[in-house]
Write a protein that binds this ligand. Sequence first.
Ligand code: ADE
Length: 229
Amino acid sequence: MHIDIITVHPELLASPFEHSIMKRAQEKGLLKVEVHDLRDFGFGKHQQVDDYQFGGGAGMVMMAEPLVNCIEKLQAERHFDEIIYLTPDGKRLTQGTTNQLSLKQNLLLICGHYKGIDERVREHFVTLEISIGDYVLSGGELPAAVLVDAIGRLIPGVLGDETSALFDSFQDNLLAPPVYTRPAEFRGWKVPDILMSGHFAKIEEWRMEQALRRTEERRPDLLQNLDKL
Ligand code: ADE
């Protein structure tokens, strides 16, 4: 998968993909992330990319032209399955969306800043608008990093143990069950006996019960969606 990201702060996206699973995904050639500095398409000496909003009001708006010039340059290089704008008024990101996006070949992510981007870019170029939650961040860079991580780890072959993503929280609309590692007893606190029993079927049953209980307690809203899967 190839993911291009357009931003006015490329330095914010320098490190998130250089470690751990994202790094490995790129080393294995399963993921390529390319960050593009929108200022390279800006106007004048100051490489201006934003301007005052029509109608008045505080806050600058990212201009259409630099963005469109950057988008069209990239479109000449590859066909994008989705052009995604990260914005608090987008569709809330879920595991379902990340699952779908992990099957795509080419994604283009646009990070907003200030008051956002000129609406005409959203109308004529953006195909999907994503919010990572009901709170406002100062720009789309961290949301873009979240999205790339959430998608990247699902690309087949990225996770060492292919099954482990299947058991993540939310994959089946359930939260993940508790996990333990050595020692079997720490400060007198014991690991549940069932996990030490070696009885695989019973362990699976226990995990399912725990996942259900945890979901009932913490996220009962998820259980209402179970029958829709
Ligand atoms: N940009 C600013 N806040 C955001 C959010 N919550 N999700 C996506 N993009 C954003």
